[in-house]
Ligand binder design. Structure first.
Ligand SMILES: [Zn+2]
Length: 259
């Protein structure tokens, strides 16, 4: 084991050889039968999708306590809430539909602190990591504040780094099995970060705040509630294209065209 400064707690410690940047449970669903996952680069039509056989790791980033206890606790909770792993205290999940036919999942009794800090921890790890896949995640202006939240276990109020989630279904009602590279998008006076992992899109508002509508309509609330819109059909094609994915990829998931 190598000794060095842990990026999270800042202490001189033995460092973990391999820390996950994006936890395995977030994308095991999008591995193909050879356990590879489809990576789809954004806005680069000529560069075709490729497969990656190993996960996303960073060497010598965290000490054992920060990796296994601080981040590990958040990961175990998120795996239960979002990916169906067994946990105590599951949230209450209901399906709902608005008058204009939009489908939602409504979640109640979420542990706001744990879920929010989990999402922030993925953002923070992506920022720290030198892995090329997360090279578009640069949140230097917000890094210290997010690191402080992770260390103190205080997620702050809901309008402090607002979180929204979105679910995207393909033409067969499965999750859209894509993993585009995460990025920071500018909107209005500020910006927000997006992670699109296996059909769930995570939006994190940064500082200065963006004008992105999702945060106003579908915030993760301190009361432990949130609404997750479910996109399907033609909406998916429009969303994927607007998100920056090549048209042929959007068509593949919505119009039965081959990649
Ligand atoms: Zn540490």
């Amino acid at each position: 084991m190598k000794t060095g400064i842990c990026k999270l707690c800042g202490n001189q410690r033995d460092l973990i050889g391999k820390s996950h940047i994006i936890p395995n449970f977030m994308y095991t669903d999008i591995l193909d039968d050879q356990h590879r996952m489809l990576l789809q680069p954004l806005k680069e039509d000529r560069q075709s999708a490729r497969y990656l056989q190993t996960g996303f790791f960073e060497k010598n980033m965290l000490c054992e306590h920060c990796d296994n206890v601080i981040i590990g606790t958040l990961e175990r909770y998120a795996a239960g809430v979002l990916y169906g792993n067994p946990i105590k205290d599951k949230p209450i999940v209901k399906k709902a539909m608005s008058s204009d036919g939009m489908r939602f999942l409504t979640l109640e009794k979420i542990d706001y602190t744990k879920l929010k800090l989990f999402v922030l921890s993925v953002l923070w790890r992506a920022h720290i990591s030198k892995n090329k896949f997360v090279s578009k995640i640069d949140i230097a202006a917000n890094e210290e504040e997010i690191r402080d939240k992770l260390l103190s276990g205080n997620a702050g109020s809901e309008d402090d780094f607002m979180i929204s989630l979105l679910a995207i279904k393909d033409r067969q009602e499965g999750m859209v099995r894509l993993l585009p590279d995460p990025e920071v998008k500018k909107l209005g006076a500020g910006s927000f970060a997006t992670f699109f992992i296996g059909g769930i899109v995570y939006f994190i508002d940064l500082k200065p705040k963006s004008d992105f509508e999702m945060f106003r309509h579908f915030p993760l609330q301190q009361t432990g509630q949130t609404r997750i819109p479910i996109l399907s059909g033609e909406m998916v094609n429009a969303f994927l294209t607007a998100f920056g994915l090549p048209a042929k990829v959007a068509d593949y998931f919505t119009n039965r065209k081959d990649l």
